[in-house]
Design a protein around this ligand. Structure first.
Ligand SMILES: *[C@@H]1O[C@H](CO)[C@@H](O)[C@H](O)[C@H]1NC(C)=O
Ligand SMILES: *[C@@H]1O[C@H](CO)[C@@H](O)[C@H](O)[C@H]1NC(C)=O
Ligand SMILES: *[C@@H]1O[C@H](CO)[C@@H](O)[C@H](O)[C@H]1NC(C)=O
Length: 188
């Protein structure tokens, strides 16, 4: 009896699951955005963050994991791969209020100039943004004063996010840097 009930429940639940999907394929169907808790209209927000990298010492925050190919190690750094994890602050001063972190990877992917492929998440920790992430993936052409890269998505508040960032280097020496990020993001 118990077994029959179990089989019946399984049959019903598998019927319910497939019936919410498109009948032709069995694996894809349209969905009312309300079912995902998404508002009808998107909004566009501008976030501005700063972070401070340390390249050296025991508490380095941006570190090289793979060295560049020797042929390029004084020019474009082609082949270099690094990881980064820095506190995001509301102002450019190192003691400024922390509102999240930037975590990710970068790789020097050009043989002709010092460009980085950047793959980073902005992980926010304040108020309604706490726990939400904005994902950025793009080509960071370091020779430009202001570099633009796409926002390719996000999680939490930033589900279905699209947009772009503008980033610039405010300070740079062999030991540390200060970077500004302006994020223009459309989300629900
Ligand atoms: C690294 O951080 C630890 C803990 O905050 C601190 O005690 C130490 O002095 C720092 N080291 C350097 C080289 O900055
Ligand atoms: C570049 O690589 C060569 C060969 O491995 C090495 O001798 C040299 O010190 C490197 N230069 C820099 C700046 O890392
Ligand atoms: C963010 O959420 C975490 C739990 O996910 C909580 O521990 C933390 O206090 C929250 N931070 C703020 C600033 O609300």
């Amino acid at each position: 009896m118990a077994t029959q009930f179990l089989i019946l429940s399984l049959l019903i639940s598998s019927y319910l699951i497939t019936s919410t999907l498109a009948e032709e394929t069995g694996f894809v169907g349209s969905l009312d955005r309300k079912a995902l808790g998404l508002k009808k209209k998107n909004k566009v927000s501008h976030f501005r963050f700063y972070f401070h990298e340390r390249f050296t010492g025991a508490n380095a925050t941006s570190v090289t994991v793979v060295a560049p190919l020797p042929k390029y190690n004084t020019t474009t750094n082609f082949g270099l791969v690094g990881v980064t994890d820095n506190a995001l602050t509301v102002g450019p001063e190192p003691g400024s209020k922390v509102v999240g972190r930037i975590e990710g990877l970068y790789a020097a992917t050009s043989q002709s100039e010092f460009n980085l492929l950047v793959v980073v998440n902005f992980a926010l920790t304040q108020g309604k943004y706490n726990g939400s992430n904005i994902a950025v993936l793009g080509r960071n052409r370091l020779s430009l004063k202001v570099r633009e890269m796409p926002v390719i998505g996000g999680s939490g508040v930033f589900k279905f996010a699209t947009g772009y960032v503008k980033t610039s280097t405010l300070y740079l020496d062999a030991d540390r840097s200060t970077i500004e990020y302006n994020i223009y993001v459309s989300h629900y």
